[in-house]
Design a protein around this ligand. Structure first.
Ligand code: C5P
Length: 295
């Protein structure tokens, strides 16, 4: 996350994520699922600006077609994050928030969570609240499962619990990805629910993936895994089409990120990723983006 004052506005650029590994351990009594996931931050950014104002409002401009319109009312995590900060601190100030959306929504790329993390960090400054990192993390965990990952700008981390417990993982060098986001989206809640019918699975060990990543290896496709991929495939045929395209065109194994619908594969070089992305763009499967991890 990059934060800078530009005259009277605070500008925050906040990234997308990909899940290289996501294993569901089980369903908890609170309805959420206990999981073990490895997330990497990638170079696709939403931009938010925050200006002090008497009222709280949000305007949004999306640079890409989205599977459904981005709400600007109280259902947007940005507004939820702002209201939670007001409630937690008794602050009655407002803000004029502007969002430039480049991260596809309903994609499993953490766009909404990243925006919420940016909001907590920014309004803590704009409203001069002085909350500590620990206090921001507590609020982030109340808002959603992926928000904590984005708060501290780790290039990669292992996330456990609901996803809110973060252990940074040092990456050696950048990873090169091609991502396909089909036009349709999926609801995270519905994909987790569907997992109940698919939970008999054999996941590879995440330790091997961590070892390869910290050792600077880029051939990691066989170590990647996602428990939500099988349920997402049964809910949305676009996911299967994208995954098949990776094996047919790229001769590589495709993976779904988070609860979908975006699918990706890892390539040994940036040049190779760009070449494959060029081939994939002609297929009409959706938005195709070559991306690198942060490091
Ligand atoms: O926390 P977040 O808002 O990202 O989650 C959206 C939905 O996904 C939750 O309401 C829940 O149905 C499901 N979920 C889950 N277990 C998790 C994370 C999300 O069941 N660890």
């Amino acid at each position: 996350m990059r934060v800078q004052w530009i005259e009277e506005r605070l500008r925050v650029d906040t990234p997308a994520k990909l899940n290289l590994y996501l294993r569901i351990i089980g369903r908890r009594d609170d309805g959420f699922h206990e999981l073990e996931t490895l997330m990497v931050s990638v170079g696709l950014w939403d931009t938010l600006t925050f200006a002090p104002s008497g009222e709280l409002n949000l305007a949004c401009r999306s640079t890409i077609p989205q599977s459904s319109p981005i709400p600007t009312d109280d259902s947007n995590l940005i507004i939820k994050a702002a209201r939670l900060l007001q409630k937690a601190t008794g602050c009655s100030q407002g803000a004029a928030i502007h969002l430039t959306k480049r991260i596809p929504s309903e994609a499993g790329m953490g766009g909404g969570s990243s925006d919420a993390a940016a909001t907590l960090v920014a309004l803590n400054q704009v409203w001069k609240l002085g909350l500590t990192s620990t206090e921001l993390h507590k609020l982030a965990a109340q808002l959603g499962s992926d928000i904590n990952f984005f708060l501290d700008s780790h290039p990669a981390a292992i996330c456990t619990g609901r996803g809110e417990k973060i252990t940074p993982l040092p990456l050696r060098g950048r990873l090169n990805f091609v991502v396909i986001k089909p036009p349709s989206g999926l609801s995270t809640g519905k994909v987790f629910e569907k997992w109940q019918e698919h939970k008999d699975e054999s996941a590879p060990d995440m330790e091997n993936l961590c070892r390869r990543l910290t050792g600077g290896q880029t051939s990691i496709a066989d170590n990647c895994f996602n428990s939500l991929e099988a349920p997402a495939r049964t809910l949305n045929s676009d996911v299967s089409e994208c995954l098949d395209a990776f094996s047919k065109i790229g001769h590589v194994r495709g993976m779904m990120s988070g609860s979908g619908t975006s699918c990706f594969s890892v390539f040994r070089s940036w040049r190779h990723a760009q070449t494959i992305s060029g081939h994939m763009k002609g297929l009409g499967l959706g938005q195709v983006i070559a991306l690198q991890s942060d490091c």
